[in-house]
Ligand binder design. Structure first.
Ligand code: HEM
Ligand code: HEM
Ligand SMILES: [Fe+2]
Length: 476
């Protein structure tokens, strides 16, 4: 370890993490508004409509995860490469440019909201592509910032130590950044537009981001458990091969409804059904290392980071693997598409696969910043992880119950008709699920409060170290 003296790259990582946590709060706030509007449609009507709240909710999610992902790379890069980040001044400049751009985009979302639907709208207000609606000027800015980031990573690794974790990250980041370009050119044919848009959304979360978390998860295992690097890196290569193998053609499960040729039904069904396999690998990997490394007498040196990583492996497997598999076969998707089913899956998958591991990485950085050998879980930390995890799990269950009513009543019984839609919307079970989403959502928001408090205070609340206690005893 580097002791409490941080690399400049790690200080930059802390800046990225700070903005990430603030945007996480914004994400939850706007999700809360949208959830209230499901039950009280007049709430903020004409001021912040559902469409705006929903857009800010999911865009903030994607942007804060990207901030945290860049932050985690800047954190581990100098440690793994054994040297300071090359081009750190440029990296800092890019951070401020990006953050200013994000602030302007959000203000325009909130105060301008919609444009006249001309070319200027795409350039200056919103592109209207779900999850990545940033206007084109910001797209171009993002590309520049990402190029600087890639330069920092490549130049540092080239002149430093090259570990397997870094090799996987280098290859993955190129793919991740390159895919963003597919979401930048606009056509007014909505089928063609969706075809390319899915390259970003699906090939991010089901291929490149999964590989990213496998690499960062490996690093966290080495740091918190002193896991054997050889074992970690062997798993990493297997997972990378399986994720790309299933995730890339798994793209087909988004091509059932947009007018693409019918062969996508079979391709999508087969390859997306295989996607849970690497997630099982990831799952086994963490549990295996846990059993093996703690059996050797190794202690968990950062309990919150390790606990959040465990939530990640269960959550990724359940949210992406199980809840994804439930509606991925075209025969089933015929009934589930456009119901609350994808929303149930989307919440647990994004949370389980990405939110949890990013919080884990932030705890690792908090420990490093304070220069502590060990970080124990505080009471606030337990409240945070319990309320957030149980809240999202129960929210997923609530939405799944609502979705079940929609598939059975609206689609199954009424054959996707207009009357069927209202029969399902007015069904008691459906709206109870929507009520519970609000209740469980509030749980998550309260958990977020505990999380922020804990991140700010946990290093000051650590038990006195044994050695210090012994010193004190000897002096007495
Ligand atoms: C961490 C990984 C994943 C994340 C974050 C994720 C997230 C999402 C989100 C947010 C949507 C809704 C998109 C929209 O707004 O239209 C979605 C759709 C979908 N996901 Fe996933 N997903 C993941 C992995 C998977 C896996 C592994 C499978 C299959 C085994 C899967 C199957 C599906 C299907 C079939 C849809 C389309 C539903 C429809 O349009 O009817 N997902 N996913
Ligand atoms: C870590 C926590 C959360 C994550 C990862 C998350 C993620 C998402 C995603 C991916 C979607 C799009 C789903 C789709 O269209 O398929 C979504 C929509 C939504 N979320 Fe969240 N969310 C979180 C927390 C919350 C909270 C706390 C609330 C409410 C209190 C909330 C309320 C909503 C609502 C109302 C929608 C719109 C659903 C619809 O269009 O039917 N979310 N969220
Ligand atoms: Fe997908």
């Amino acid at each position: 370890m580097h002791g409490s003296k941080l690399y400049e790259g790690q200080k930059l990582a802390l800046k990225y993490f700070t903005v990430a946590i603030v945007l996480f709060g914004a994400q939850l706030l706007f999700g809360l508004f949208a959830a209230i509007q499901f039950l009280y449609p007049d709430f903020l009507f004409g001021v912040l409509d559902f469409s705006i709240n929903r857009m800010v909710h999911i865009n903030a999610l994607v942007v804060w995860l990207l901030y945290a992902m860049i932050g985690a790379v800047y954190w581990l890069l100098p440690d793994e490469a054994g040297r300071e980040v090359v081009g750190i001044k440029l990296g800092n400049l890019a951070f401020y440019v990006l953050t200013a751009a994000v602030a302007v985009v959000v203000l325009v979302y909130l105060f301008v909201q919609i444009g006249p639907g001309k070319e200027s709208t795409i350039w200056f207000i919103t592109e209207g592509r779900e999850y990545i609606e940033a206007p084109r000027w910001a797209d171009i800015g993002i590309v520049v910032v990402v190029l600087i980031f890639l330069y920092n990573v490549y130049a540092t690794v080239m002149s430093g130590r090259r570990t397997g974790i870094l090799a996987v990250l280098m290859a993955d980041l190129i793919a991740l950044a390159g895919l963003y370009l597919a979401g930048m050119f606009y056509t007014d044919n909505i089928a063609i537009d969706q075809y390319w848009w899915w390259w970003v959304v699906h090939l991010w979360v089901e291929a490149t981001w999964e590989v990213y978390v496998a690499a960062v998860g490996g690093y966290i295992l080495i740091k918190t458990l002193n896991a054997n690097r050889k074992v970690v890196e062997m798993w990493l290569w297997i997972e990378v091969a399986m994720m790309f193998g299933s995730g890339i053609l798994g793209l087909g499960h988004h091509y059932f409804w947009i007018g693409t040729p019918e062969y996508w039904w079979e391709i999508g069904a087969l390859f997306s059904a295989l996607e849970p396999v690497p997630l099982v690998g990831l799952f086994v990997h963490v549990l295996y290392d846990w059993g093996k490394e703690t059996g050797k007498g190794n202690k968990i040196t950062n309990v919150p980071a390790f606990s959040w990583l465990t939530v990640e492996t269960f959550g990724n497997f359940l949210g992406a693997g199980v809840w994804g598999f439930m509606h991925t076969l075209p025969q089933i998707n015929l009934y589930t598409h456009g119901t609350q089913w994808p929303a149930a899956h989307g919440h647990l998958a994004f949370f389980g696969a990405y939110v949890a591991i990013m919080i884990s990485a932030i705890y690792l950085a908090i420990q490093g910043k304070a220069g502590l050998k060990e970080l124990k879980m505080t009471k606030a930390g337990w409240w945070a992880i319990s309320l957030i995890t149980v809240g999202v799990l129960l929210m997923t269950v609530s939405l799944t119950i609502s979705a079940y009513v929609q598939t059975m009543v609206e689609r199954g019984m009424h054959g996707a008709t207009w009357e069927g839609f209202f029969a399902a919307q007015n069904n008691e079970w459906f709206w109870q699920g929507i009520c519970w989403r609000l209740v469980t959502g509030v749980m998550v928001v309260v958990g977020y409060g505990f999380l922020v408090y804990d991140l700010l205070t946990c290093t000051k609340k650590q038990p006195v170290k044994e050695s210090e206690a012994e010193v004190a005893a000897a002096a007495a």
